[in-house]
Write a protein that binds this ligand. Structure first.
Ligand code: OOB
Length: 562
């Protein structure tokens, strides 16, 4: 066997004075994920930790299963410190795998079930992954051929483990027995996992989060959401995403000793019966799904009366829709404005209805530093819109292995440039106004215009392409590609099939394709991509044909991202 290649170290560090202050203030407590699991398994041994379609595991069972997986993965040949891409849908094994990795000191790299070859290969290569854990099938898609293709493209990916029918791979349920004791617990300032960025430019960046910083956000979120051992959380959005994972999400609920109900799809037909059966108290949705639920609830016939809080986040929830949550669902709305890089804002459960409906909340922590700046970098007057920058005890200071992105995204004094334009009210609540960067927020899924343009340009009949967001009554935003054909224009459907054929996640395939003869340029003949996109979008909208004419698509479905 070849000796393992040296991997780029994972780290996430704050300047000493900040780290000391965060510890002194009790934000960073030294808690780690393996210790959390052991503690809850001892305190809540027989209470239900997680429920699936036909599974119901107590905390003691979750721990036993996680530790078995940990031992099995190490016996298979993975070594502490190795990164493992996790592409697991909303099933109880998501939690046993995640905690199994933590207990083995392996580092999860969270992929979404909707990701395809392009995304998984990128994550595996960028993280230097040696393992890939996936479910055999999800929503009619067989992930094993995908795993074959990924393994072919990533020679370092030594171990592929499948939940369900494993085919040519190792089966999660048949891992070898542990060859020895599990490694000692990690240091709390070690990187626990890699989360992925919304990807405003190019491909997703990797976000290293430490035990200390992430568990602070989990603990504080659980408190803000008043979670208790009686809380029952429906995981309706893909749990690998930061919102359902930790805001307060499945981790917040386990931290509080409550119950996680894994919902395989956020559609009302799947979610409503589970809410009724499990007496769910809390769940989180992206705005398009919240709209669907508001539409479906009155005539659904399911008893949704256990629901106390509906969280909505990932994209802007418009006040007119927000106002309908309490009358229609009989529960409190909580708006959540967060980012995988850190900062999370919540409306509080006892905020006045006006605040809940019209704002995106305020930060978790008194130590969250928030700046709202004009283009020149000066603070705007209170109540004026500006660029949101932030730093704090659970906001990263750097991406993994990406000096160019770090130079763009962080100021020299460590603030993260969120790319969002917000206004801060006198009472400290933030209202999201839009954003400065060129991505499309499609039902909470962030799509980089640049990444999609690159794929379009790979088509032989595409001369140039610019991808923009257009307003969409349902998705919030949909993607539209303006394409200059090189020769005979390809049919939009063929171009979309080409994109899928390149192994791109479905939600990134443009919803609409508009062929144009050329891109108007300035007299100088040169224009930045950003200006170009802005101009194409503005011209198209000015022609008044944009909304409700997804010319070449059937009604687009939200991928259920956040
Ligand atoms: C969440 O995380 P990401 O990393 O997928 O996306 C972050 C971006 C934000 O910078 C903002 O542009 C947008 O998503 N966003 C919202 C929003 N919540 C997120 N825009 C308007 N209103 C909101 N409520 O999306 C995320 C992470 C943790 C909790 C919640 C959402």
């Amino acid at each position: 066997m070849n000796p393992p290649r040296p991997m780029l170290p994972l780290r996430q560090t704050w300047p000493d004075a900040f780290a000391a202050a965060y510890r002194a203030a009790g934000y960073w407590t030294g808690e780690t994920f393996p210790a959390l699991l052991r503690d809850r398994a001892a305190r809540f041994a027989h209470r239900t930790a997680v429920v699936g379609a036909d599974q119901r595991w107590s905390y003691a069972e979750l721990r036993a299963r996680a530790e078995r997986i940990a031992g099995g993965l190490l016996a298979l040949g993975l070594a502490p410190g190795d990164r493992v891409v996790v592409q697991v849908p909303n099933i109880p094994d998501f939690l046993s795998v995640m905690f199994g990795l933590f207990c083995a000191r392996l580092v999860p790299v969270y992929a979404l079930p909707a990701h395809r070859q392009v995304e998984i290969v990128h994550l595996a290569q960028k993280s230097e992954a040696r393992g890939y854990i996936l479910a055999d099938r999800h929503e009619g898609f067989d992930h094993r051929p995908l795993a074959e293709a990924v393994r072919g493209a990533c020679p370092g990916l030594a171990h592929v483990v499948v939940i369900g029918e494993a085919g040519p791979f190792a089966a999660l349920d048949a891992l070898p027995p542990a060859a020895g004791p599990l490694p000692p617990d990690p240091a709390p300032d070690e990187v626990a996992f890699l989360q992925i960025s919304g990807g405003s430019t190019g491909l997703s960046k990797l976000i290293p989060r430490t035990h200390d910083d992430y568990l602070y956000s989990v603990r504080a979120s659980a408190e803000i959401c008043r979670l208790t051992p009686e809380s029952v959380y429906l995981a309706a959005l893909p749990v690998a995403h930061n919102f359902p994972m930790s805001s307060p999400g499945v981790l917040g609920v386990l931290h509080a000793g409550g119950t996680v109900v894994m919902c395989p799809s956020p559609a009302p037909a799947t979610a409503f019966p589970l809410i009724a059966r499990e007496r769910v108290t809390l769940t989180g949705l992206v705005p398009p799904l919240a709209l669907l639920w508001l539409q479906a609830a009155p005539s659904s016939g399911h008893d949704l009366s256990s629901l106390e809080v509906l969280q909505v986040g990932g994209a802007k929830f418009m006040p007119e829709a927000a106002r309908r949550v309490r009358p229609v669902l009989g529960c409190t709305l909580q708006q959540v404005f967060g980012m995988a890089e850190g900062l999370v804002n919540y409306t509080r459960l006892d905020d006045p209805e006006e605040v809940i409906v019209t704002t995106q909340g305020r930060p978790i922590s008194p130590a969250d530093e928030v700046l709202v700046l004009d283009d020149a970098g000066n603070p705007v007057a209170e109540g004026e819109p500006g660029h949101l920058l932030t730093r704090g005890p659970y906001t990263i200071r750097a991406y993994h292995n990406d000096p160019a992105a770090n130079a763009r995204a962080f100021t020299p004094d460590g603030y993260y440039r969120t790319g969002d334009v917000v206004l801060r009210r006198a009472d400290g609540h933030l209202v999201v106004q839009g954003r400065a960067s060129d991505h499309i927020n499609r039902a909470g899924e962030k799509i980089s215009a640049e990444e999609i343009e690159d794929h379009l340009l790979a088509h032989p009949q595409v001369f140039d392409a610019a991808v923009v967001s257009l307003p969409d009554a349902f998705l919030g935003e949909r993607s539209c590609a303006f394409v200059i054909a090189g020769g005979e224009p390809p049919r939009p459907a063929a171009l979309k099939a080409f994109m899928r054929g390149r192994g791109l996640a479905d939600f990134k395939v443009p919803d609409q394709i508009v062929f144009v003869p050329g891109f108007a340029t300035t007299a100088v003949g040169k224009v930045s991509r950003r200006e170009l996109r802005a101009r194409l979008r503005a011209d198209f909208l000015a022609r008044g044909t944009a909304d409700d004419t997804p010319a070449d698509t059937a009604a687009p479905a939200p991928a259920g991202g956040a």
